[in-house]
Write a protein that binds this ligand. Structure first.
Ligand SMILES: Nc1ncnc2c1ncn2[C@@H]1O[C@H](COP(=O)(O)OP(=O)(O)O)[C@@H](O)[C@H]1O
Ligand SMILES: Cc1cn([C@H]2C[C@H](O)[C@@H](COP(=O)(O)O)O2)c(=O)[nH]c1=O
Length: 211
């Protein structure tokens, strides 16, 4: 039976890498898949992993209708066995519902990859719908770590290394400790709540004795 699986975690925990690995493994066994993404850091219509892999993908827009896409592709004589959907937090809830319908009525596996919460620790609407509808939510095994060494569970947005809590929900960017402008940093909940980034912690650290 086909499945809707939502692979989730913080930024930088290996979601895009896993998306490309899953595509590779299924394609290697002769299954036919379609790749989708939205607002990848590397540009339009690409799934990119920080490990250096990248593959062309269809860019999801507000006009994307997954149901019609799969029907059209099959109607043109092409097999569709699975969809790989990266940056899925950005998809509209109605698009997530269409993906569930594709699973249930067309027997197509959907492997979706995305962060669950935004820089304010609020659910993205798309991710919320995945959590509500998925057959399985898989938390990635690779642990992104907070500067304190604890498992990172939250995404902070930073400006000049300081955490900010105002701004648009969607701002494409990367985890970059040296960034002077908008960037992201993964934190444990304790430090997300206290708005304590690596830079803030360094600034508050006591001066070394005798220094
Ligand atoms: N230079 C590196 N050497 C080894 N692993 C790396 C390196 N850079 C990134 N990674 C791995 O890649 C992961 C990020 O993968 P990526 O698929 O881009 O994440 P996501 O899509 O979740 O943001 C990191 O958690 C780390 O495990
Ligand atoms: C927390 C948060 C993130 N984003 C953006 C930043 C990146 O472009 C993507 C996440 O990419 P990754 O492959 O998981 O590293 O999401 C955002 O727009 N708003 C946020 O609050």
């Amino acid at each position: 039976m086909a499945e809707l699986v939502f692979f989730s975690g913080t930024m930088d925990c290996g979601k895009s890498t896993l998306a490309l690995q899953m595509h590779h493994n299924h394609a290697a066994r002769g299954r036919h898949g379609l790749l989708f993404t939205q607002h990848d850091r590397a540009g339009t219509a690409v799934i990119s992993s920080r490990l250096g892999l990248a593959r062309r993908a269809d860019e999801v827009t507000a006009a994307t209708d997954f149901w019609e896409l799969v029907l059209a592709r099959r109607g043109a004589g092409h097999a569709v066995d699975y969809l790989v959907c990266d940056e899925a937090q950005f998809y509209a809830p109605e698009q997530v519902e269409a993906l569930a319908r594709v699973v249930d009525e067309l027997e197509v596996d959907v492997f979706a990859f995305g962060i669950t919460t935004d820089f304010r620790a609020r659910l993205f609407p798309g991710s919320a719908r995945f959590v509500e509808l998925a057959d399985r939510v898989e938390v990635l095994q690779v642990r992104a770590l907070c500067w304190c060494g604890a498992r990172a569970t939250h995404n902070a947005r930073t400006v000049g290394g300081r955490m900010v809590v105002e701004g648009a929900q969607v701002v494409v960017g990367d985890v970059d400790p040296s960034a002077e402008d908008v960037a992201y940093e993964v934190l444990c909940r304790r430090h997300h709540v206290r708005r304590m980034t690596a830079a803030t912690a360094r600034a508050h650290a006591p001066a070394p004795a005798g220094g």
